[in-house]
Ligand binder design. Sequence first.
Ligand code: AMP
Length: 570
Amino acid sequence: MGPRPASTGATQSRAGSYRGGHMTTFSDLALGEELLRALAELGYEEPTPIQAETIPPLLAGTDLLGQAATGTGKTAAFALPLLQRIPLGGPRPGALVLVPTRELATQVSEAIHKYGRHLGARVLPVYGGAPIVRQMKSLERGVDVVVATPGRAIDHLSRRTLDLRDLQVVVLDEADEMLDMGFAEDIETILAQTPASRQTVLFSATMPPRIRHIVDEHLRDPTTISVGLGQATPGETPRIRQTAYVVNRAHKAAALGRILDVEQPGQALVFCRTRADVDQLTETLNGRGYRAEALHGGLSQEQRTRVLNRLRAETADLLIATDVAARGLDIESLTHVVNFDVPSAPESYVHRIGRVGRAGREGTAITLAQPREHRMLKTIERLTRQPIAIATVPTVADLRARRLELTRAALHESLIEDDLEPFRVVLDTLSDEFDPLNIALAAIKLAHEATSVGGEETDEAEIPQMTLHPAGKEAPGRRPPRRTGSGDSARIFIGLGRSAQVRPQDLVGAITGESTLSGRQIGAIEIADRFSLVEVPLDRIDEVIRALRKTKLKGRKATVRREKSDRPDR
Ligand code: AMP
């Protein structure tokens, strides 16, 4: 056969490792020491599939077209090569990342800052609604990476406070969203002011013709990469009850505690993205009375064996693990798989949940998704051809009811077992003084308190009920929302919430009924126990507030005002 097959084989295995993503490590990707150190500190154990595929061509300076939704790890996929490639510390930015929303500008800029901390990269988010003067000052002092919404970037360009002459990399992140928001022209204007020699990277969850057009115009021989569909066989997906809860990252641990309390899994495997998440969540759940064990790449072989033995001996109920650490794990008794984050590739979702529902047994898959991750959930549904039900996080009242139900069931069992005689003497003595019904109640209370460990106090904190964002964006044939002033939005506070039975559709109904806003102009809706927050275009907020003040919600007048604190979502 000659020497050829051997060398072909080597090339193939290299390519294969990128495609699957899983065998590649970050150091295989030729990233610098400072970046590797930052990733290790963040607890990233291995590149996600999109990272494994994207980083090598980007480091080589190629243009790139990536089809990937939020949650795939695409921020690091473009940020790491960019940080490695641009010269840092110059007077003008070397990279510009354009994103559709203010929220994303903050998040992406925070992420790039974290990845680039040992390089000393200066990263600045630039978006409307924030004081422009402060942004101007920062730009003047010198910034390496600007993360901007197109509207505000144009502002700075026309004031000449943003100079793109030295730009080496432009990233268009969530390009389809930017087009939907009416930024097409702004993007053209911005690109026209960048050097022709720049590297252009475009990420989009969908590839409509308008995106194709931008690609044809502005990208040179791009490498095309998509978070692969079709690698897992849908027929192989076991029948599993699949539920997703939409919660902000900050509330995930508390939400999971409640969900587990209600679900009462036999044994569950909880997947987290990073070591840090694994450790933190293990601690939280132990505090809640679960016997949770952490499993990640930082454990020695002995520690790992010990953890797995505890699980097999059923002295542990929950295993909190990263994908890497859980590889090859096969636990018979698992009833639940929990995705603490939406996994970074649909295949890995299928792979994860395949750990339950074996041999015809029933299994449950629970996923905690952030409002922005709606597209990833849709992709997973398409791949598995099975619906994922969106459920609401149990409320404090739900938990109380569930705990009482458990106590009732335990008492019922005890009554049936009928080995109660030894205790009659206590009843007889107390009956001299108390009504037997009251004695029973006191006994129930004691039993209840003895079994409901932890939780109660911590559960007083509110977990806002979120909707997938943006509401209804997935529906086909929709006209894109009209471009609002600078494309920015703000939130309205409404002093009625879940305890007044307010639902998202009530808020949408009231707003569209009383103002000239249409449903698709309404952004994320958050409903807490005693209040709600609704995101609307900034330039329409006063109109909506006036309209809501005139009307009633669930038959009641509510306080309506601008949200006071401009708190970040994370
Ligand atoms: P993105 O799709 O860029 O929004 O990333 C989704 C989440 O995945 C973020 O919270 C990242 O911090 C996290 N993440 C990205 N890459 C990795 C990785 N290789 N390992 C673990 N977590 C990651």
